[in-house]
Design a protein around this ligand. Structure first.
Ligand code: NDP
Ligand code: MG
Length: 396
């Protein structure tokens, strides 16, 4: 290989960003961090720049940029600091970039991810919210530019590994009956329903198997994460919502399965460590060392499965309904969820209210077609405004 692959890591200071940089550092002959972005954790961003010496660093505003630029100079680095969404789009679409890790959380990651797609970059997609919001438009842009789109979400990466290379011909054509999307059930899988009123953000963020950012941790507790993943799977694999079944598997060892018409069920297993799907996507179609310990099946000893309980996890029902409704529904679901989760993390609402708010917001707006990006942003803005109205109506 002549020159290492140039990788932009959007959301470098987050959980996925750090795992990505860990893998990159294991293979300096193959990969080089080209640009790193941070948002609030700027001391961490500086440390990452010192470690990985990227060409660019991206921060949210002028003040942060001045501080970071001075610190970089003092550390003897020539890394150039760029600003805001424009800076993110620039480093995502830069002509010298080969691959972009889309690991900003939430709708904030959408424009830079699309900027990378439009320039035909290899996309390592962690930012599921971007695909949930824009679905058909995102996939059209991928086809138009010839981008290679590789899923980072562990379940989707598992499904990708269990599907044949020509799955784009259609799931029916390659003999797939259904996709089995596994879910751990999160920290509240067995909590008595009456106690859910009183659970705290700390409890919601204490995931039994995975260490992740706060927003996705709450989504995992409510299973909205699985709902977003259901929508994500429909777009990535051209599946109908009824072809995707959610299976609770508390050990998080099987990361998802594909059920074929001949009765074969293929699964991908591994320790719950995001460096596996990250390495798989970075090196695809090759395999590289990820630093993840080998799976010890004797230590795992057993694998359990159960059906999800919709009373316990109403967000899963809401997400499935949005997947079936299509149009603006997934973007509205996602936006209402982002605002509601932030309110829960700020202790302005109780945990069960996350689902109540989303249901209320979705019931107030008719689903419309979204055939251009402006319509997606309009649906997103409408849902955010309706969620804020709910919060002020209820005195939060
Ligand atoms: P984190 O909260 O740990 O990291 C989020 C990253 O995005 C940080 O770098 C953060 O910067 C940055 N960021 C936050 N808000 C903004 C904004 N408004 N503009 C620009 N940058 C912003 O999240 P995770 O790494 O856990 O998750 C990232 C994405 O990956 C999510 O979409 C999540 O659903 C998905 N994912 C995560 C998995 C995991 O195991 N963690 C598994 C599967 C998917 P800073 O920290 O400096 O504020
Ligand atoms: Mg996942």
């Amino acid at each position: 290989m002549s020159r290492p692959e140039q990788v932009t890591v959007l959301g470098a200071t987050g959980s996925i960003g750090l795992s990505t940089l860990d893998v990159i550092a294991r293979h300096p002959e193959r990969y080089q961090a080209f640009a790193l972005s941070g948002f609030t954790r700027l001391a961490e961003l500086l440390a990452l720049c010192v470690r990985h010496r990227p060409r660019f660093a991206v921060v949210p505003d002028e003040l942060a940029a001045r501080g970071l630029q001075a610190d970089l100079r003092a550390a003897g680095l020539s890394t150039e600091v760029l600003l805001g969404e424009e800076g993110l789009c620039q480093v995502a679409s830069h002509p010298e970039v080969d691959a972009v890790m889309a690991a900003i959380v939430g709708a904030a990651g959408l424009r830079p991810t699309l900027a990378a797609v439009e320039k035909g970059k290899k996309i390592l997609l962690a930012n599921k919210e971007a695909l949930v919001m824009t679905g058909a438009l995102f996939m059209q842009a991928v086809r138009k530019s010839g981008s290679v789109l590789l899923p980072i979400d562990s379940e989707h990466n598992a499904i990708f590994q269990c599907l044949p290379g020509d799955f784009a011909r259609g799931l029916g054509a390659v003999g797939v009956r259904r996709i089995l999307l596994t879910a751990s059930g999160g920290p509240f899988r067995q909590t008595p329903l009456a106690e859910l009123e009183h659970v705290t953000p700390e409890q919601a963020c204490a995931h039994p198997n995975w260490s992740m950012g706060r927003k996705i941790s709450v989504d995992s507790a409510s299973m909205m994460n699985k709902g977003l993943e259901l929508i994500e799977a429909c777009w990535l694999f051209d599946a109908r919502p009824d072809q995707v079944e959610v299976v609770i598997h508390p050990q998080s060892v099987i990361h998802s399965l594909v059920d074929y018409v001949d009765g074969s069920v293929l699964a991908q297993l591994g320790n719950p460590d995001m460096r596996t799907p990250i390495s798989n996507a970075l090196a695809w179609p090759e395999r590289i060392d990820s630093g993840v310990a080998p799976l010890d099946l004797f230590a795992v000893a057993r694998l359990d499965f159960q059906a999800p309980d919709e009373q316990r996890f109403p967000c899963l029902r809401l997400a499935r309904a949005a997947a079936e409704a299509g149009g603006s529904a997934p973007a509205m679901l996602n936006a209402a969820n982002e605002v509601a989760v932030a309110a829960f993390l700020e202790r302005r609402i109780r945990y069960p209210e996350i689902a109540s708010i989303i249901e209320d917001v979705l019931s107030r707006e008719a689903v419309v077609a979204v055939d251009e990006l402006d319509a997606v942003f309009a649906a997103d803005a409408k849902a955010r405004a309706l969620t804020e109205q709910w919060l002020s109506r209820n005195g939060r």
